[in-house]
Design a protein around this ligand. Structure first.
Ligand SMILES: N[C@@H](CCC(=O)N[C@@H](CS)C(=O)NCC(=O)O)C(=O)O
Length: 207
C-alpha cells in the first residue's frame, strides 16, 4: 500500500504518536505540515480533508482518517507484515487500549492548544494559571499511570505497544512545560528505553 500522507505538526503530541507508529511499522508516508500556530487546521482547504480540524489526519487510498488512535489501529490492521502494536490476547489488547485511552482521552484533551488558548484568551487567565492547570492535570494522569506500571521497559508486557506510543509524546509535552517527572521512576525508565529506539528517535519533534 502506498499513497499515505500524514497531515502533521512537529510539536503535536497526537501527530507524534502516528509518526512513531509509521516508523515502527516501516511504512513509507509523506508528511505534510499543518501549521497549528498559524491556524491552518481551521482553514477550509484542510477542513475539506479532515472536518475535525485537528492534526493528525492520514490520507489513505480509502479516504482521510482523523484521530490518532483510530489511525494507529488502522495502520496496525492494514500492515500486518510488521510487528503488531496491539499484540497478545484479548485481555492484553484491552490493557494496551486502557492505558492508551488514559493518556489520549483523559490527559491530552485537557492540555491541548485550543483548551490552553481558551483559558488565556477567552477567560483572561494569566500564564501562571495556565501552567498550574497544565501541571495539575498532568500530575493526576501520571500518578495513575505510574501506579499501574509493572516497572519494565514498556508499559504493557515486554514489547513496544500503542501504550508506549501514547506515553512518550505526552512526556515530551510535559518536559516542554517544565513538569517535574522525578516522582515517576517507572515512567522515566520506559521513557529512557523508548527514546533509545530508532522509531522514536526518527519521530521526535526536533527531527
Ligand atoms: N484526539 C485527537 C486529538 C487531536 C488534537 O487535539 N490535535 C491537536 C494537536 S496535538 C490539534 O490539532 N490542535 C489544534 C487546535 O487545538 O486547534 C487525536 O488523538 O488525534
Amino acid at each position: 500500500m502506498n499513497n499515505i500522507v500524514l497531515f502533521n505538526y512537529a510539536r503535536s503530541t497526537a501527530a507524534y504518536r502516528v509518526r512513531i507508529a509509521l516508523n515502527y511499522k516501516a511504512i513509507d508516508a509523506r508528511l505534510t505540515d499543518v501549521n497549528l500556530l498559524a491556524g491552518e487546521q481551521q482553514q477550509s482547504d484542510y477542513k475539506s480533508k479532515n472536518a475535525q480540524g485537528l492534526v493528525p489526519a492520514l490520507e489513505t487510498p480509502q479516504g482521510v482518517l482523523g484521530q490518532s488512535l483510530a489511525i494507529i489501529e488502522w495502520l496496525d490492521e492494514s500492515y500486518t507484515e510488521a510487528p503488531s502494536l496491539l499484540p497478545g490476547d484479548a485481555w492484553q489488547r484491552a490493557q494496551i487500549r486502557s492505558l492508551s485511552y488514559a493518556i489520549a482521552c483523559d490527559m491530552h484533551p485537557l492540555n491541548n492548544l485550543r483548551v490552553l488558548k481558551y483559558l488565556t484568551e477567552q477567560l483572561g487567565q494569566p500564564e501562571q494559571v495556565k501552567t498550574s492547570w497544565y501541571h495539575h492535570w498532568l500530575a493526576q494522569g501520571f500518578d495513575k499511570i505510574e501506579a499501574t506500571l509493572a516497572g519494565g521497559n514498556y508499559c504493557i508486557g515486554d514489547t513496544l505497544t500503542m501504550a508506549d506510543i501514547c506515553l512518550i509524546p505526552q512526556l515530551f509535552n510535559a518536559h516542554r512545560f517544565e513538569f517535574d517527572l522525578s516522582g515517576y521512576p517507572k515512567i522515566q525508565k520506559i521513557e529512557k528505553h523508548c527514546l533509545s529506539l530508532s522509531c522514536f528517535k526518527a519521530a521526535a519533534p526536533e527531527q
